[in-house]
Design a binder for this molecule. Structure first.
Ligand code: GDP
Ligand code: IMO
Ligand code: MG
Length: 438
């Protein structure tokens, strides 16, 4: 592992989750936002729950980018799907906590899609009806909203502000109500109430809505640093994740461009957030999942409950087959390893280095879920440590076994570990190297 900080350079950085979400993206974005001018979220919606802890106080954001506590310009990208009611509540929640959120600070893309009540109703109906495969979604209407985007019958913020809004929504809602009542036997949506509610939301949010591609471009031309915040994780990506047990957007770094309206040459650095072990919420295969007392230990010590739905997260060992997949899919240039403190107290720690499938070694993450579901993890074992590492701030002060673990991850992923997080607080971090000098 290299040590010593680089001099600060102007950099545009993308931060993505490498596993199945909840890797600690919120904490790292909040930390690095200090050295950025704009923080831009490029996909997902309020299925995300990003936690920041500053001076012992916890903030959870679902839609507002995690740069907000650092008083940076925060941008909701066109790749996002936004429930306006949730966004307004979040603005109010942050304002109550003393965070200033006016239209100069929070920008919303004209092209971001709006989650409508029928999206939430359809999400819940599909998950609860027993007719289709249960994904274990967050129930926030994310999938149905992205479906409408692809089907070209979505409502974007620019459409919400348009004088044809009411006519458009009546037309779309007719079809949704037919589906809800005739196929699912459910109550229909009250379209008049929907329209009047959304007109209130639009009045409140209109001052924030703008062409964010132009704003980001201008900022970059003026030498400003931009941090792009991903939600979910690489293995929840609609194309590259464990389909169909995925979310409905591209979560990988390439979407930082599509989801904001900038070209790929504008990205300098891609940081992958890696939890020191693996967690997953919802359904789907998970080769290194633990069903024993070690799994319980990680769940309890790591407080692994979903920040959005409160569901218990499934826990298992770190998985290099997954992480190598993430390195390739995102072109990771660095790693932030989080929750390392949680592993303290275990006699030994396991690293999955490959899978075994019907007697054959597998090194590349399988696309077929039938194969993935049958894969047995092949482990390497590293000695654990008992020390509480949460007070440590320098790499060389970490216990030797902790450093062995980090060095091995770096070796196996062939990617430098830039940051090591040893606690939820912003300052509970060992900085090895960052694109922005803290
Ligand atoms: P995100 O969705 O990737 O932003 O992650 P979440 O906020 O959903 O989940 C991460 C959880 O771990 C949050 O409760 C964080 O406060 C917490 N956390 C982040 N980094 C660390 C760390 O290094 N150690 C510990 N113990 N907790 C951490
Ligand atoms: P952050 O940004 C963990 C999971 C859900 C479900 C699947 C599809 O906090 O890391 P959706 O509601 O998106 O249609 O659900 O994706 N999921 C997440 N899991 N962290 C998240 O976000 C997630 N967002 C969605 O549990 O399995
Ligand atoms: Mg989360």
């Amino acid at each position: 592992m290299s040590s010593g900080n680089k001099e600060p350079e102007l950099q545009n950085l993308v931060i993505v989750g490498t596993q199945w979400g909840d890797e600690g993206k919120g904490k790292i974005v909040d930390l690095l936002a200090e050295y950025s001018d704009l923080v831009v979220r490029f996909q997902g919606g309020n299925n995300a729950g990003h936690t920041m802890v500053v001076n012992g106080e916890q903030f959870i954001s679902h839609l507002v980018p995690s740069g907000i506590l650092q008083k940076k310009i925060c941008v909701i990208g066109n790749g996002m799907v936004v429930d306006p009611e949730v966004l307004i509540k979040e603005i109010d929640y942050l304002t109550e906590k003393g965070v200033r959120i006016d239209p100069e600070v929070l920008l919303i893309s004209q092209k971001a899609h709006v989650i409508m009540p029928y999206h939430k109703a359809i999400d819940a109906a599909r998950e609860g009806c027993g007719k289709s495969k249960k994904i274990g979604t967050t129930g926030r209407g994310i999938g149905p909203c992205y479906e409408d985007k692809a089907a070209r019958r979505g409502i974007r913020f620019i459409d919400l502000l348009d004088e044809d809004f009411e006519r458009n929504v009546r037309h779309i809602a007719e079809e949704k109500n037919f589906f809800l009542s005739s196929f699912h036997g459910l109550e229909t949506i009250d379209v008049d109430a929907l329209i009047s509610g959304y007109k209130t939301f639009r009045k409140r949010l209109a001052p924030h809505v703008t062409d964010i591609s132009v704003v980001i471009d201008k900022a970059m031309r003026n030498g400003r640093q931009v941090l792009f915040e991903g939600a979910q994780g690489t293995h929840l990506d609609i194309d590259h994740g464990t389909y169909p047990y995925v979310t409905s957007s591209n979560t990988i770094s390439g979407n930082a461009c599509c989801g904001t309206g900038i070209g790929p040459k504008r990205i300098d650095h891609v940081m992958g957030i890696v939890k020191a072990y693996t967690t997953r919420v919802g359904e789907g295969p998970f080769p290194t999942e633990l069903f024993d007392e070690t799994g319980d230990f990680l769940q309890k010590k790591g407080a692994e409950f979903g920040a959005t739905t409160g569901r218990k997260r499934r826990c298992g060992w770190i998985d290099m087959v997954m992480l190598k997949n993430a390195v390739r899919l995102n072109s990771l240039t660095g790693i932030a390893l989080t929750k390392l403190d949680v592993l303290g107290g275990l006699d030994e720690i396991r690293i999955c280095t490959s899978y075994k499938y019907r007697g054959r070694q597998i090194d590349d993450f399988p696309v077929s879920l039938n194969i993935l579901g049958e894969c047995e993890p092949v482990f390497e074992t590293i000695a654990g440590w008992d020390e509480d590492i949460s007070g440590i701030r320098r790499f060389e002060d970490l216990p030797v076994n902790t450093r062995n673990y980090l060095n091995r991850i770096e070796e196996l992923t062939e990617t430098p570990i830039d940051l090591v997080s040893v606690g939820p607080g912003r300052n509970e971090t060992v900085v090895v190297n960052t694109p922005f000098k803290p």
